[in-house]
Structures are given as structure tokens and as C-alpha cells.
Ligand binder design. Structure first.
Ligand SMILES: C[S@@+](CC[C@H](N)C(=O)[O-])C[C@H]1O[C@@H](n2cnc3c(N)ncnc32)[C@H](O)[C@@H]1O
Length: 311
């Protein structure tokens, strides 16, 4: 049912909007909270979701509202793909701001946390199989503070001298944070933290395994191929890469979170099917092994082995 027209456009109540677009109860809670606080902003969000025109000034007002009322949004606007955002979702503070509560409860937010767990399981599995052949060096590239590798090392390899890692990120504060996390977890002796652009990294020792999680998502296919080709040169013969990308399932199942990310906080993701990720691996010169997903299938994580004829 439509309410009275406003500015020559149809206007839904919050409940009608959520029902009409089959959105979750978390979207309803979010919009009800915003409505209570600032009804104009709520109306602008609903208009924007329906792709109805709003002015540049109105767009700015919505952005300002999100920046002022959500740590997650402010961090995303400052640097879209920053590990501050992923770390925020992994850690889940006890008393988040109401808008941030939405990101934790949304399927998109939960999928990020689930991706971390599945990535850790698979790092463990792959590392175990490479350890059978000898010492293992892992490169966690674009690793942020390296939470995944820190967790895996502290859980499974704390006393194993045959495995180590280099965690590389261009973000100085992520590297600083990672060092502190590794000290707390008791694995600082096993991980080198390097502030560097991994595309320019010239390793002394090549890696057995490269982890590239949360890095390709905003890159077009051709750029992903370019990045993976570069990774090949950092890997030993028969070395393995694990690389993730957000899947179109997220857009289908959680369109409102995707909308906030892209249209409000300006974080543009390039959703890729598993087949596209597989083609990226193959075109970059990897033998595709398999893939896994988070529990929501919002991310595909591919695993490939460097083709030996590229050596
Ligand atoms: C979304 S975060 C993901 C962090 C971590 N891999 C995870 O799964 O939680 C992406 C990270 O990639 C880093 N990054 C992107 N391109 C990079 C590059 N060329 N060299 C080094 N770091 C890069 C960013 O600084 C950021 O910390």
C-alpha cells in the first residue's frame, strides 16, 4: 500500500517499505531507529534505495548522518577496504552504536566473520599438507593485522619450528596492531610484520602458501588476473594461493547492506561468481584446485597451485 505522495513521488512508511522490498527485521530496526532520530534522513534512505532522485545536498546529509552515527561507516568512508572495518566485524564490541549493531546483525556482517573461520580452517588444512614436505613459509598479503594467521599459529603451531609467516600490509597501523596481537597470542617469533605494497615486494625467500583475503573484492577481473600473476612470482614451485572474492549471493540475499556500502559509504564491490574467480586463477597461470565459501556463500575463496611451466 502506498502512502500520500510527497514531492511528486510515492512514499512508503518504514514498515511498508521493508515489507514491499522483502527486507529483514534488522533493516526494519535500523530504519525505525533512524526514523525516531531523524525522519528526513530515513525518508531520503528509502528514496535512494528505490533509485528515486535525491539532490547532492541530500546525499551529503545522509552520508554525514552515517559518518556521525556509525564507527563502521566512518571507517569505510575514510578508506573503503581498510582492515579497521573487517577487524571491527571480527571483534564485535559489547555495546555498539545502534547503526553499527545493524552491520553486526546483517547477513553481510555475519558472513565476514564466518569467512574468517573458514579461511582459518583451510589455512590449517593446507599448511598441514605442505608441512609433510618440509618447512613452510606463508605470505599473508594484504593481511591487515594478520588475525587469521595469528589464530592458526597460536591454535595449531605454537611449538612447531617448521612453520612461519610474513604478514604484509601497506597500512602502517594494521601492521602495528598485528605485532601487538601476535605478542599477546605468543606467536610473534613466528611472524614477520612488514609495512609494504605487496605488488612491489621482492622476497628473499619465496612462499609455499600465499593468503589473499579481502583484497580482490573491489578489483575488476583484469586487475585480479594482473595481481595473481604477480603473486606467482612470489611463490615456490608447486606453491599454493588462497584468494577470496565477494559473490553475487550477497547482493541477492542482503541487498540493503550492499546498498548502504555502495550508495551511502561509497564502497564499490565487484561481485564475482565462482566461475569468474576460477577463470582469474587459470588466466593468471594457476591450476585451480577447489573453492570454499563462508556459511552464507557470500564469498568464494579459491585455491590454486602454481603451474610449474611458469617457473
Ligand atoms: C579488507 S582488508 C582484509 C584484511 C585481512 N586479509 C582479512 O581478511 O581480514 C584488505 C587489506 O589489504 C591491504 N592491501 C590492499 N592492497 C594492498 C597492497 N597492494 N599492498 C599491501 N596491502 C594491501 C589493505 O591495506 C587492507 O589492510
Amino acid at each position: 500500500m502506498l502512502l500520500a505522495a510527497n514531492n511528486n513521488s510515492d512514499k512508503y512508511s518504514t514498515e511498508e517499505f521493508v515489507e514491499k522490498f522483502k527486507l529483514s527485521k534488522f533493516v526494519l530496526n535500523l530504519l525505525k531507529f533512524i526514523e525516531k532520530d531523524n525522519e528526513i534522513i530515513k525518508d531520503l534512505i528509502i528514496r535512494r534505495y528505490q533509485q528515486l532522485p535525491i539532490s547532492e545536498n541530500e546525499e551529503e546529509e545522509v552520508l554525514e548522518y552515517f559518518i556521525n552515527n556509525s564507527v563502521f561507516s566512518a571507517a569505510t568512508v575514510a578508506n573503503p577496504a581498510t582492515s579497521v572495518v573487517t577487524e571491527f566485524l571480527y571483534a564485535e564490541p559489547k555495546a555498539p552504536l545502534p547503526i553499527d549493531q545493524y552491520f553486526f546483525m546483517s547477513e553481510g556482517g555475519k558472513a565476514i566473520k564466518s569467512r574468517l573461520l573458514r579461511v582459518e580452517e583451510n589455512i590449517h588444512k593446507i599448511a598441514d599438507s605442505y608441512l609433510k614436505k618440509g618447512n613452510v613459509l606463508i605470505g599473508n598479503l594484504g593481511g591487515g593485522p594478520g588475525r587469521d594467521i595469528i589464530d592458526v599459529f597460536s591454535k595449531y603451531y605454537a611449538d612447531n619450528k617448521n612453520i612461519s609467516a610474513i604478514n604484509i600490509d601497506k597500512d602502517k597501523s594494521a601492521i602495528k596492531r598485528g605485532k601487538r596481537m601476535a605478542i599477546t597470542a605468543g606467536v610473534i617469533d613466528k611472524i614477520d610484520f612488514l609495512e609494504s605494497n605487496f605488488m612491489k615486494y621482492r622476497p628473499e625467500k619465496k612462499f609455499d602458501i600465499i593468503i589473499l583475503v579481502g583484497v580482490l573484492c573491489s578489483l575488476p577481473e583484469e586487475t585480479c588476473i594482473f595481481v595473481l600473476k604477480r603473486m606467482k612470482h612470489l611463490l615456490k614451485k608447486e606453491g599454493c594461493i588462497m584468494a577470496s572474492n565477494v559473490s553475487p549471493k550477497m547482493l541477492e540475499v542482503d541487498p540493503f547492506t550492499c546498498f548502504i556500502m555502495e550508495k551511502i559509504t561509497n564502497w564499490k564491490l565487484i561481485f564475482k561468481e565462482e566461475e569468474t574467480l576460477k577463470n582469474i586463477f587459470i588466466k593468471a597461470g594457476f591450476n585451480w584446485q577447489r573453492s570454499f565459501t563462508d556459511d552464507y556463500s557470500f564469498h568464494h575463496v579459491g585455491i590454486g597451485i602454481k603451474k610449474s611451466f611458469f617457473l
